[in-house]
Design a protein around this ligand. Structure first.
Ligand code: SAM
Length: 249
């Protein structure tokens, strides 16, 4: 494993449950709407840093010109490759219908093994960078920020999506699970780097209680997960996130 890789036990150990989780994150598209208002990537080149199994790549590919996923963990690189191989142009699934040739795979999406600190792409080659719950967690991620600056073209925008531990049910869970987490320190870090912060309210919505319990259990240690599940009924939780962003001159 390359240096500087941050372990992600949720998706590394339980990629199928993480897929279920991703399907229920922000069903109203609040994050994407906010990002597009700041910098629309239609017709542009997008990199998803720490793309995991590539969940967001076909979504960007709906109207981006090119999409590159970067991920250090080899099993997830493979999963992302498989996902991309099963999508046709415009992010549509390739469903080889009997008697019809399947449409060509979408050549505009690529997946590369690499890290945020050493992005495997040329300088000034990207318009929009996106990192969702990956590597950019505040102090310590300066090498990745320097790489974003290098690969973005003038006027390009970088987005980082992370938990807002100061608000919402999920935010309170996160703070209880990690009492040493200092949300204000993280916010101050991004402000010092010259990044903007937009606070967003999303839902984390699972189709049934069993799926909800499964995703809570991959996000938190067993004792805290038990406590949260005992307190919370249903299969949805309100979830505050921070959208940090900067457009580079
Ligand atoms: C919680 S997962 C999120 C995956 C994806 N962004 C999503 O929303 O589905 C965090 C990802 O960051 C990756 N990661 C860890 N260290 C990294 C680094 N230094 N550079 C880039 N990605 C990293 C992990 O391997 C993991 O796939």
């Amino acid at each position: 494993m390359p240096r500087g890789v941050i372990p992600s036990p949720n998706i590394w150990k339980f990629p199928d449950v993480y897929e279920t989780e991703n399907l229920g994150v922000d069903p109203d598209g609040v994050i994407e709407t906010a990002m597009r208002r700041i910098h629309d990537w239609a017709g542009q080149t997008v990199v998803d840093v720490g793309c995991g199994s590539g969940f967001h790549l076909p979504r960007f590919a709906v109207d981006a010109a090119r999409v590159i996923g970067v991920e250090p963990h080899p099993p997830l690189v493979q999963r992302a490759h498989r996902r991309v191989a099963s999508f046709g142009a415009g992010g549509r699934p390739l469903l080889g219908v009997l008697g019809h040739r399947a449409p060509r795979r979408d050549e505009r999406i690529r997946v590369l093994r690499g890290t945020a600190q050493s992005l495997p792409m040329q300088s000034s080659s990207v318009d929009v960078a996106h990192a969702r719950w990956a590597y950019f967690f505040g102090p310590g991620c300066e090498p990745g920020i320097a790489e974003l600056r290098r690969v973005l073209r003038r006027g390009g925008t970088a987005f980082v999506i992370d938990n807002d531990a100061t608000r919402s049910t999920f935010g309170r869970w996160f703070q209880r699970a990690l009492p040493e987490y200092d949300a204000e320190k993280v916010e101050r870090f991004w402000a010092r780097q010259g990044w903007h912060r937009e606070t967003l309210d999303i839902r984390w919505d699972q189709p049934d209680r069993a799926s909800f319990e499964a995703v809570v259990r991959i996000e938190f240690a067993p004792d805290v997960a038990d406590a949260f599940l005992a307190e919370h009924t249903g299969a949805t939780v309100d979830y505050a996130v921070n959208l940090f962003w900067r457009t580079f001159p």
